[in-house]
Every structure is written in structure tokens, then in C-alpha cells.
Design a protein around this ligand. Structure first.
Ligand code: ATP
Ligand code: MG
Length: 251
């Protein structure tokens, strides 16, 4: 349903845009199938969010192509990709003063019907009804805004849903309902991609993809992925570059 063909995203390292460039996404080839739950994981800075943004059209493809249901969408706008059935839940959702959760649901569903909003909020279950009239502004907590972002993506009923670290800032009591919800929302005609470091998501995924330095370092089941994940600690990698062996690393 979604094919990535020799996909590259190249950017300059410094903000002025005149420094050396590097391939942040470095020649990715992958076919995502219908009815499957994919978990993309990998060290910080390995390119997970960049890849998600390339699929949604937030970042422009440097070269290669993205096919969605057989159609080349590489040059389509974000809006046209959304119309085609792709939705992306941001790692760091934007905040807007004066806009409420109800407004976001209205945009996602194309309706103002209270009955439909209530149905969505109860289906999502992880955000209370009282969220409906909350403003998506600086006063929302980190976990609240992630729940709203996830609910808005689900409300759009996409064929391909991409959730970028949906569990960031989420309380322990919500993680399992969230995992179950995303599994339940996946029907045979849809595809779900979750970017996460959380074992709860890796446990339920049909396919684990490990990104490292913009490349797919692994695709397959969790059991075989675990040893590789242990090796890919980002500071272990930097220590290796610096010739430091056996240093203490954050995992
Ligand atoms: N437009 C850009 N210009 C320059 N560098 C970029 C750009 N977009 C991303 N990067 C860099 O590319 C690397 C990958 O970033 P990305 O956000 O995709 O990582 P990630 O795998 O999602 O990490 P995390 O686990 O921390 O969320 C980072 O080093 C980031 O600074
Ligand atoms: Mg990221």
C-alpha cells in the first residue's frame, strides 16, 4: 500500500544552509502492506521523524519516490496526501491559541455534529469528554496534547496512520489502553506505523523496523531485533567513533 523507493532526504548541517550536506534519509527501500502494524525504532537522530515527514509531505523528497496505493505521491502537497488517506500525528504537536480540540475534530472529520464528536471521544477513550472544549494552547500539559493529537489522527479515519512517539509524556496508566486502541483501529484495509522506543508498541507490532543513520538496519520480528537494539545506543556509537571502548552509556 505504501512503497518507498530509493528514498533520500539530504540537508545541510548548519542553519545558514551553506555548510556540508548529509543524507538524513539514506536510500530507503521498503513496502508497507495493508493490515499490518509497523513499529519504527532506532537511536535518537536516526531519521525516524524525518522519514515520517517525508511520507506526509512535510519534508520534500530529495530523490527517490513514494507510492501510495500504486500512485506516485512524491510531489503531492500535505493536503492532497491527507485527502488520499494519510495522517500523521506529530512528535511535537503545534499549539494554537484560540483553537479547541472540538475545532481540530471538526477539521479532521469535516463535520460539526456533536454526536459524531462524542462517538469519537468515547471510541478513543483516552481523552475525557471535558477535553472537547480545551484550547490547544500553552496551558495544555505535554501528555494532554499528545492524547488530543492521537485522537485527531484517529478521527480522520486514515488508510495509513503514522504516530510519531505517541507515548511521549503519557502516564503509565494510559500506555496500555493506547496500544490496545491503535491495535483495535487497525483493520485489514489499513496500515499503522508507530515510531516508538517503547517496548509495549514493539511487542504488538507485526514488523519492527530499526533505523540507524538514515538507513534500515533491520526489519523483522522483535526477538531478533533486541540484540541489535542493545548495540545501537547512540553514545555507544559515538564512543566507537572516538575510539572509547566499554564506556558507560545511557540506554
Ligand atoms: N531539515 C533539516 N535540516 C538539517 N538537519 C535536519 C533536518 N531535519 C532533521 N535533521 C537532522 O537529522 C537527524 C534526524 O532527525 P530526526 O528528527 O528524523 O531523528 P529521530 O530519529 O526522529 O530522533 P528522535 O528519536 O530524537 O525523535 C537529526 O540529527 C536532525 O538534527
Ligand atoms: Mg523523532
Amino acid at each position: 500500500m505504501l512503497e518507498l523507493k530509493k528514498l533520500y532526504f539530504t540537508a545541510t548541517i548548519n542553519e545558514e544552509g551553506n555548510g556540508p550536506s548529509r543524507n538524513i534519509i539514506d536510500g530507503i527501500d521498503f513496502n508497507f502492506e495493508k493490515g499490518k502494524f509497523y513499529a519504527i525504532t532506532g537511536p535518537n537522530g536516526s531519521g525516524k521523524t524525518t522519514l515520517a515527514k517525508l511520507i506526509m509531505g512535510i519534508n520534500p523528497v530529495t530523490s527517490g519516490s513514494i507510492l501510495f496505493e500504486g500512485r506516485d505521491i512524491s510531489n503531492l502537497s500535505i493536503t492532497d496526501r491527507a485527502k488520499a488517506g494519510i495522517a500523521y500525528s506529530f512528535q511535537q504537536p503545534a499549539r494554537f491559541k484560540g483553537i479547541t480540540f472540538r475545532d481540530l475534530l471538526s477539521i479532521a472529520t469535516g463535520t460539526d455534529e456533536e454526536k459524531i464528536f462524542l462517538e469519537i471521544v468515547s471510541r478513543v477513550g483516552i481523552c475525557p469528554l471535558s477535553f472537547l472544549d480545551k484550547e490547544i494552547d500553552a496551558n495544555l500539559s505535554g501528555g494532554e496534547i499528545k492524547k488530543i493529537e492521537l485522537a485527531t489522527t484517529i478521527a480522520a479515519n486514515p488508510k495509513l496512520a503514522i504516530y510519531d512517539e505517541p507515548d511521549t509524556g503519557i502516564d503509565l496508566w494510559t500506555i496500555h489502553p493506547m496500544v490496545n486502541l491503535l491495535k483495535k483501529e487497525l483493520t485489514p484495509d489499513k496500515t499503522t506505523i508507530v515510531v516508538s522506543h517503547n517496548k509495549s508498541f514493539l511487542d504488538v507490532a507485526d514488523v519492527i523496523i530499526i533505523l540507524n543513520q538514515g538507513k534500515i538496519a533491520y526489519q523483522g520480528n522483535l526477538k531478533d531485533a533486541l540484540p541489535l537494539l542493545n548495540d545501537l545506543s547512540i553514545c555507544a556509537y559515538h564512543h566507537k567513533l572516538e575510539g572509547i571502548e566499554n564506556a558507560e552509556c545511557f540506554r
